[in-house]
Design a protein around this ligand. Structure first.
Ligand code: IMP
Ligand code: MG
Length: 173
C-alpha cells in the first residue's frame, strides 16, 4: 500500500482562533434563547466539543448520526440516519453543527428533517464549506472556513474512519 502524505491545510492554532470568534458570535446571537446544539456524527464531534466550550450560555447537546460517504471519498447522494435525536425539539432554538458541506445534500436533508420537528428556530453551523462542490444550495448561518475542492481529514474528519484524531486539518496526497 502506498503511504499517504499529510499536508497541513489548517493548523490547530488557526482552528482554535476561528472557533473563539464563532463562539462569541453564537453567544451574542442566542442570548436568552433555549439553545439545543445538534452535533452531526461522526465528523463534527471534535469541532462541536471545542465550539460549545467557546459558547458562554446555558445549552444542551444532542447527537445525530448520518452516513453519506461510506468508505468512499465522494458523496453517495444517499443520506442514511444511524442515530436519531429522541427529545422533543418543539419551541427550541436548534443549531445544527456539521463538519463539512461538500455537495450540500446532507445538510439539505438535515434542515428539512429538523424543520419538520417544529423548532422555534433552526440554524446551521459548519466547520468547513467547499463552495466549488455545492450542488444543492443551502443557507449557512455560521461557517468556520471555506476551502477548495480537496478531500481533507483530521480534526474529526475521516477517510475510511481513519485520521479523525489528528489535531490539524490536513490534505491527503
Ligand atoms: P455532502 O452531502 O456532499 O455535502 O457531504 C457531507 C458529508 O460528507 C460531511 O458531513 C462529511 O462527513 C463528508 N465529507 C465531505 N467532504 C469531506 C472531506 O473532505 N473529508 C471527510 N469527509 C468529507
Ligand atoms: Mg464523514
Amino acid at each position: 500500500m502506498k503511504t499517504k502524505k499529510l499536508k497541513v491545510l489548517l493548523s490547530k492554532g488557526k482552528i482554535q482562533k476561528r472557533i473563539t470568534q464563532l463562539g462569541k458570535q453564537i453567544t451574542a446571537d442566542y442570548k436568552g434563547k433555549d439553545l439545543v446544539v445538534i452535533c452531526v456524527l461522526k465528523g463534527a464531534f471534535m469541532f462541536c466539543a471545542d465550539l460549545i466550550r467557546a459558547i458562554d450560555l446555558p445549552l444542551t447537546v444532542e447527537f445525530f448520526g448520518v452516513q453519506s460517504y461510506g468508505d468512499n471519498t465522494h458523496s453517495s447522494g444517499i443520506v442514511k440516519t444511524t442515530l436519531d435525536v429522541d427529545i422533543s425539539l418543539e419551541g427550541k432554538d436548534v443549531l445544527i453543527i456539521e463538519d463539512v458541506i461538500d455537495t450540500g445534500l446532507t445538510v439539505d436533508y438535515l434542515l428539512k428533517y429538523f424543520s419538520s420537528r417544529n423548532p422555534r428556530s433552526l440554524k446551521l453551523c459548519t466547520f468547513l464549506l467547499k463552495p466549488e462542490c455545492i450542488q444543492q444550495k443551502v443557507d449557512i448561518d455560521y461557517c468556520g472556513f471555506k476551502i477548495g475542492k480537496k478531500f481533507v481529514v483530521g480534526y474529526g474528519l475521516d477517510a475510511a474512519q481513519l485520521y479523525r484524531n489528528l489535531k490539524d486539518l490536513v490534505i491527503l496526497t
